[in-house]
Structures are given as structure tokens and as C-alpha cells.
Design a protein around this ligand. Structure first.
Ligand SMILES: [Zn+2]
Length: 369
């Protein structure tokens, strides 16, 4: 199958107070009765009313690692309410769930058949309803990405990829992230930074995505501490939201072992936060990849101002108060034995600059225990 070398862009509406324009943006795309997808916390905070979307049918049962069963429940509501598209408000989880609901609207059969590893992208061929994404965290970049991650009924966390899954518009209001708890700001920020780092060293050639990733990394490493420590610093929050957006634009260059290691653990233990895991794996994966992707490493050295980039990120984690060991998160060795074969076949593995085996994955996991 032929795919474009690079492909941009959806509409991005960026700025303080832009949240209030979400309904107008949706209407521009013909969404007059979209299904609102969000999580319980945001729903309780009245986010839909703040966005002028309070009258819409709402699905709020979205967990940290969204599941196929939640997507199917949302689909039932979508059909019962005769919706004409979707608006997702939240972090990567509600946005990814909304993408999968959009996929299910016109695609029958087992959801797993549409996953990347099953050759699914080619069969995502019929119309998919439009989605407007309103990120409330600065992390996943899902608002500008064509991919969605979901845990299937059998427990595997798999990826879906199609230009049809790209939201038609992203409404990015950094003021929304000012209410995020500090540790969540830090964890989401490390997800965004890890997208930039992994895209920079990815084995796939894409100079446009590489340049975007470099800018994202620069903003991320300069502002993540301030954005974490000072919830009211709108300038720092804006920088992190751009970092997240650029990470999302960049990861069409491909990600690597950080994500290969974090995806299976997130599937096996749904309570683990994706960004927290990525932050934790970043130093060991950089040390593992050292000597490969030499140009990419030069870029990371230049943007961090450090020759030992692995040590730089280990220090950053400590400064942010994020965990550096899996045991702190309740992970035990038997979890790692289950996760290692899944990491080897993860869709991010082929673009890690250094090829790795199942035994390498297990060794990397154990070095973090
Ligand atoms: Zn990620």
C-alpha cells in the first residue's frame, strides 16, 4: 500500500478562551448534534457547559486506558441519539475513544481486525463521521494525530491508524490545563516530550516531522518544570500545549521503544498512566539507543544542553517528582514477563533506531524495576 511521505493538517484553533468557540467550530463542520465524549471528572466539573455544549448527549465513562467495551457503549448512545459526529473533550483517552467510536459507526466486524498489527489501516475505507477534539491536557497530541490506542476485550492494547481518524479540528485552549494537578501536568508533559524525542531518533525519514519534533522538544524541556510548579502560569501552559501539539504532528515519523514498552503495561495494568510510564522509560531507552541515530542524538544534546541525555531526563523526572522505578507503581516481575513479548511486536518497535529482541525488552523492563 502506498502512503504519503508526510501529510498535514487539520484545523487548529489555539488560544485562551477559545474553548467557548467549540460549538461554533463544530457547526462549521456540520456537527449540530454531536456525541460529546469526555471523562467523569471533567463531566462533574461542568466542562460541557463551559464549552457551550451542555445540551448535547454525553458519554463520560472513559477510563485512563480506554477499552473496546466503553467504545461499544458509546456507539450505542451515538445511534440512539441519532448523532451526526463527535466532540471529544479531555486527554488522550476520551479523544482516542471518540476516534474508535467514529470508526465503529461505519465499520462492522471485530474491532481488532482494524488495528495496525492486523493490517487494519487498509480496511478503514468507508466514511467516518467528523470529530472535533478539545484537549484538556498537554500530552497525547491525539487532537492532531491520525492514531488511536485502545485496549481490546482480550486485554491487548493496540493502535489504529488512518487519515480518516484525524479530527477535522482541534480546539486548544491552554487556560483549560491550569486546573490540572501538578503530577498529571508533569506526566502528560513527559508524554509530549517523549513523542518529540522518539520522533527525532526514529529510523523513518521525515524531515518535516523531524523539524517539528525539535521545536516541540525545545519548548518542552524549557517549560515543563514551570508549567508543573506554577499552575497559573498561562505562558508556560501555552508552551506545553504547543509541545504536545507538535509531538502529535511529529509522531507520524514513528515512535520507538519508550512507547513499545509502555503500551503493553498500560494494557495489562489499566491504572498505569501512559505519560508516567513514558517518562520512566525515557532515560533507559536513550541509554540503550546511544550510538544509533547519531544525528538525532546531536539534536537532543543541543536542545537539552547536556551531553549525557539519559542523565538529563533522569534528573528531570526527579525534579518533577515523577517515579523512576516500576516497583513504585506496583509493577512486579511477572507483569514484565507477560509484557516483554508484546513490546517486541508493538507497532512502535520497527522505528526504534536500534532493533531489539524480546530479551532486550525484558532487560530494559527489569532495569526499571
Ligand atoms: Zn505517548
Amino acid at each position: 500500500m502506498i502512503a504519503p511521505t508526510f501529510s498535514y493538517l487539520n484545523e487548529v484553533y489555539f488560544g485562551g478562551s477559545i474553548l467557548e468557540q467549540a460549538a461554533t467550530v463544530a457547526a462549521r463542520h456540520g456537527l449540530y448534534r454531536p456525541l460529546l465524549v469526555t471523562d467523569r471528572t471533567l463531566s462533574d466539573l461542568g466542562i460541557a457547559d463551559r464549552a457551550g455544549l451542555g445540551s448535547l448527549p454525553e458519554f463520560a465513562d472513559v477510563e485512563t486506558n480506554p477499552t473496546e467495551s466503553a467504545a461499544r457503549s458509546a456507539l450505542t448512545l451515538y445511534r440512539a441519539e441519532k448523532c451526526d459526529g463527535l466532540i471529544a473533550i479531555g486527554g488522550g483517552s476520551p479523544i482516542d475513544l471518540a476516534k474508535v467510536v467514529a470508526l465503529l459507526v461505519g465499520h462492522d466486524g471485530p474491532l481488532g481486525d482494524y488495528a495496525i498489527h492486523a493490517g487494519g489501516p487498509a480496511s478503514i475505507d468507508t466514511a467516518v463521521p467528523s470529530l472535533v477534539a478539545v484537549p484538556t491536557t498537554a500530552g497525547s497530541g491525539s487532537e492532531v494525530g491520525r492514531a488511536a490506542l485502545m485496549t481490546l476485550e482480550d486485554g491487548r492494547k493496540v493502535g489504529f491508524l488512518s487519515p480518516k481518524l484525524l479530527p477535522v479540528a482541534a480546539v486548544c485552549d491552554p487556560a483549560v490545563t491550569m486546573t490540572m494537578p501538578a503530577l498529571l501536568t508533569a506526566a502528560c508533559g513527559m508524554d509530549a516530550i517523549s513523542h518529540c524525542v522518539e520522533a527525532i531518533v526514529s529510523s523513518r525519514e521525515n524531515p518535516v516531522a523531524g523539524a517539528i519534533a525539535r521545536d516541540g522538544l525545545r519548548r518542552g524541556v524549557r517549560h515543563i518544570v514551570q508549567a508543573t510548579e506554577s499552575a497559573q502560569d498561562l505562558a508556560a501552559k501555552s508552551e506545553m500545549m504547543i509541545c504536545a501539539l507538535e509531538g502529535g504532528l511529529a509522531f507520524q515519523k514513528g515512535l520507538g521503544a519508550v512507547h513499545s514498552l509502555s503500551h503493553p503495561l498500560g494494557g495489562l495494568k489499566p491504572e498505569l498512566h501512559h505519560g508516567t510510564l513514558n517518562g520512566l522509560f525515557l532515560p533507559v531507552v536513550l541509554a540503550f539507543n546511544e550510538g544509533f541515530a547519531k544525528e538525532g542524538f546531536e539534536v537532543i544534546r543541543s536542545e537539552t544542553g547536556e551531553s549525557d541525555v539519559s542523565a538529563f531526563f533522569a534528573r528531570l523526572l526527579e525534579q518533577l517528582g515523577l517515579p523512576s522505578k516500576l516497583s513504585e507503581l506496583g509493577v512486579v516481575d511477572s507483569d514484565l514477563v507477560k509484557a516483554a513479548p508484546l513490546a517486541k511486536v508493538d507497532h512502535c518497535t520497527p522505528t526504534n533506531p536500534r532493533p531489539f529482541t524480546e530479551a532486550d525488552a525484558l532487560a530494559l523492563y527489569r532495569s526499571c524495576l
